[in-house]
Design a protein around this ligand. Sequence first.
Ligand SMILES: CC(C)(COP(=O)(O)OP(=O)(O)OC[C@H]1O[C@@H](n2cnc3c(N)ncnc32)[C@H](O)[C@@H]1OP(=O)(O)O)[C@@H](O)C(=O)NCCC(=O)NCCS
Length: 208
Amino acid sequence: MRNHPGQAVEMDFLTAPHTHPAVQIRPAELSDVPAMLGLINNYAAQAIMLPRTELELCESLRDFMVATDAGQLAGCGALHFYTQHMAELRSLAVAPHKTHSGLGQRIAGALLDQARQFGVDLVFVFTYVPGFFERLGFQLVDRGALPLKAWKDCLRCPKFQACDEVAMSYLVTPGGAIYMSAPAPAEPPVEGPFLLPILGQPRILDKG
Ligand SMILES: CC(C)(COP(=O)(O)OP(=O)(O)OC[C@H]1O[C@@H](n2cnc3c(N)ncnc32)[C@H](O)[C@@H]1OP(=O)(O)O)[C@@H](O)C(=O)NCCC(=O)NCCS
């Protein structure tokens, strides 16, 4: 690894020579969903990760990269965009029998490569394993500096009242830090009347 904490780095994990020819890092496909659900929700049952439903995984499938070994799912991870400058690396998991063989770093590295390709300035993560992310060049940050939108998953976390995760960030561009304390773009005010998506003609409901 050629990176230094807090500095933008050049990596190309997707084209890096594979340590094992049977291991592949690639975008997730719908047929991966059952194995991804099993992997993520196994860790969620140990309160290490947030649980995901089939609907959630399908909705965000294009965020995900997977690692396969001899065609079997060995790991996954996602890059989720929040603003035009910031993205979250999340749902990173490696199958228990495949850990400590470099897969986690390769999946995370592929997601950081994507962040770079899409022009993201800063990638953040909420994690229980800061040591793992430090090796990739992430640094601890004050979670209060992250945009409020980044907390939406926290609302349904069983540890919401007693969170023991830390926030970390990775600067894709040297100036990426300025986006940390910047307020999230203002949401346009929601005005009525509201349209409900019912079958047939849309139904207009008055506010209040
Ligand atoms: C964290 C995780 C993705 C790491 O995947 P991995 O494939 O084992 O990681 P790599 O082999 O690429 O890197 C291993 C190195 O990362 C660090 N690391 C890995 N897991 C760690 C952990 N649980 N705690 C602290 N450091 C860890 C160590 O420095 C380790 O080096 P070592 O193998 O010489 O001990 C994997 O353990 C996992 O799926 N954990 C459960 C889910 C989870 O916590 N996901 C992170 C959500 S943000």
